[in-house]
Design a protein around this ligand. Structure first.
Ligand code: C2E
Ligand code: CA
Ligand code: CA
Length: 414
């Protein structure tokens, strides 16, 4: 299909600059400074892309965005404006929340390189729909009962998906995060966002955690016994009440001959908030036993800084909500940079989670972020698929003459 761009901008010089840039990218272009002509062209020409000035003397750019949302417009939109980047960012978020597909914002003046980078995002950063979590189909919350969950735990209906983490500096594999998957025999794939809270609320999380731990450690021991690769495992609020967890974990790694330093236990802020003293005791015991501890989803919630100061973390994991829009949002870039600085100043390793495109990975590397995880690098996959993924990455790296050992492979070239 031919690509076409419809521009709404009251500044003729800016409109013609955008036109020249778009034509360089082989798009056909139509520009107008009137909202009426804009919506007429929208119906008539069905452009594949839209560039919209937010601040115009006679037209309210925000009204135009709302009308686009009302019409169910699916074309990727670039927002341009001389307004400050915070205002642009707020407009981007509002549009995304209204269901529009905003590629990003261009603060005037802008270069061709910036324009091209945005157009090439193709709607992934800041897109209205988040990319599917875990890749599988999901069903509505509430469709499974506590009884379903009890049965699933008894029948071991849970499996694990493993998502790679790479080092930003050389793109080599650092390890994996284990993510629980539930395939109900008749109801299909149930997302963790449904069953983890259900397990927590019904006192079933301990059993689920033990099940996940066993599977994850078995996989690590059988696939990567003599390897430095790390494995991250999520620990839930309720499991942290359980002071014996540290002993069970230590026995579990010991039985499989795994160095506890290869295991990273990821705590979310909410989980770190349950009974502060027990959590502190348990976290300290886990660290003394050699496990690594990560503060997950850092930056959302209320007490992240307090927890960071209080608990003996070894890793800070920046939440996806700051990382995913990075390429398009200057605000998010600044926040990510500050979080990396904060983590490093506390002597922590920093992981950025939710890396969905190459520009974001390059930015993170520039910012000295240690590790990256996200769909751009690899989706969560089965244990078997991990081996194929590693083999593929190893072949690519060998072809480029950059391969290390098999389990330290260059995985993402760009
Ligand atoms: P989390 O620990 O923050 O895990 C990362 C989530 O982000 C995963 O969702 C993963 O599939 C998704 N993700 C990874 N890369 C990207 C990306 O580039 N873009 C986007 N949009 N998403 C990405 P998942 O697997 O659905 O897990 C959701 C949450 O459920 C996890 O969030 C974690 O809090 C919880 N969870 C999963 N497995 C377990 C488990 O075994 N135990 C406990 N306690 N919680 C678990
Ligand atoms: Ca996690
Ligand atoms: Ca997370």
């Amino acid at each position: 299909m031919e690509q076409s761009l419809l521009i709404l901008d009251d500044d003729a010089a800016v409109a013609s600059t955008i036109r020249i840039m778009a034509e360089r990218m082989a798009l056909s272009v139509e520009a107008t400074d009137s909202a009426w002509a804009f919506f007429e062209a929208l119906e008539l020409r069905k452009p594949t892309h839209i560039a919209l000035d937010l601040v115009m003397p006679r037209v309210d750019g925000v009204e135009v965005l709302l009308e686009l949302a009302r019409r169910g417009c699916k074309a990727p939109i670039i927002i341009t404006s001389g307004a400050g980047s915070r205002v642009l960012d707020a407009a981007r978020r509002a549009s995304t929340e209204n269901g529009l597909n905003v590629l990003g914002t261009l603060a005037k003046p802008f270069t061709f390189a910036k324009f091209k980078a945005l157009m090439e995002l193709d709607g992934r950063a800041g897109a209205a729909e988040p990319a599917p979590r875990g890749g599988g189909p999901s069903i509505a919350e509430g469709a499974v009962s506590t009884h379903d969950l009890e049965q699933a735990i008894a029948e071991r209906q849970f499996s694990l998906a493993y998502q790679p983490k790479i080092r930003c500096a050389d793109r080599k594999v650092f390890g994996f995060e284990a993510l629980a998957r539930w395939e109900h025999p008749t109801k299909g794939a149930i997302p963790p966002a449904t069953f983890i809270p259900l397990a927590e609320a019904n006192n079933l999380i301990g059993d689920l955690t033990d099940h996940v731990l066993d599977q994850a450690l078995d996989w690590l021991a059988s696939s990567f016994a003599a390897s430095p690769l790390h494995l991250a495992i999520n620990l839930s609020a309720r499991s942290l009440d359980d002071i014996r967890l540290a002993d069970r974990l230590a026995a579990a790694v010991d039985a499989r001959g795994i160095d506890p330093g290869r295991i990273i236990l990821e705590l979310t802020e909410t989980s770190a908030m349950v009974d502060p003293l027990t959590t502190l005791n348990l976290a300290t015991r886990l660290r003394l036993k050699g496990f690594q501890l990560s503060i997950d989803d850092f930056g959302i919630g209320y007490s992240s800084l307090a927890q960071l100061a209080r608990l003996p973390f070894s890793e800070l994991k920046i939440d996806t909500s700051f990382v995913r829009p990075m390429a398009a949002s200057e605000e998010c870039r600044k926040i990510v940079r500050a979080m990396i600085g904060l983590g490093h100043s506390l002597g922590l390793r920093v992981t950025a989670e939710g890396v969905e495109d190459a520009p974001s990975l390059a930015l993170l590397q520039d910012m000295n972020c240690d590790l990256a995880q996200g769909y751009h690098i690899g989706r969560p996959m089965t244990g078997l698929a991990v081996m194929a993924w590693m083999a593929g990455a190893f072949r690519d790296a060998a072809a480029q003459g950059t391969a290390g050992t098999f389990d330290e492979t260059v995985s993402v070239a760009s």
